[in-house]
Write a protein that binds this ligand. Sequence first.
Ligand SMILES: [Zn+2]
Length: 309
Amino acid sequence: MPKRSGILGMDIGGTRFRIGFVDQNGILSHYREERTQEFFKAGEDIFSVFAGLFQNYKKEFCEEIEIQALSVGLPSTIDRRRKVILQTPNIPLFPDNFAFTDQMQEKIGLPVFINRDVNNLLLYDMEQLGISEESSVSAIYFGTGVGNAVFLNGRILLGKNGVASELGHLPVLLNEKKCSCGNVGCLETIVSGIALQALQKEKFPNIRIDDIFIEEKDDPEVDLFVRNMAKVIATEENLFDPDYILLGGGLPMMSGFPKERLEKYAHEFTRKPYPEQNMEIVYSKMDQKNGVLGACLYGKKRLEDSSYL
Ligand SMILES: [Zn+2]
């Protein structure tokens, strides 16, 4: 049987680490999931960890697949040239200003691509939802923090330094809470999985966090949390007036989450008559594997077009 060629994708999160192979037809195989901390331990050389992972994977499946490139999604800010991992607050082991791709390419002898995880997610979500690359899309991923990615004029918006679309770190007036990025007052200190967990601990210690929207969605503070999420959506809608606002992340997927109410509030806070009148909210088909699929899709685009970042 001929080998299938394609891209090896890695999706590295603060707690979970995922790896898989996507062939030229977009089919995912040889997928696995591990705990990040078991791989990235203090004192170990990160390049050796990655290279070891890569070599073991290659060896194990060498009869079936041929890897053309490695594409890694990270919860990090990344420089505009997509070579340097600038900052990774949730994985303390990754140093700041970490020049990654050149050295990694040398180690494994294949092209290596890196991207913000949410940019990869947006690319994959667009493909899965059948949204054409002609469209403009603003994605908001309400997870542990607030992930954000913007697709404009056929490309992901990068910005001067490669760090555009940091909605979660927008400073919010009158907010003095400290954020994991080192600043004070960031939006995601109020609207995020972490913030919801803090609310649950303080106000509903006897309710499981997973049940908070089933049991308490009408509580004024839980309702305020949903209203605040809606303000985040309205902010993005007012800024970009995109063809689609794409929502994803763990929060909107929680059992009992009041999506209709969120959308009603989002309309309430968005500027009228436009962009409010024809605002189009769509939802990511969330799956644990999407990060790997997105990384591989991004890797494919990079291989096909050397000017693509
Ligand atoms: Zn911040």
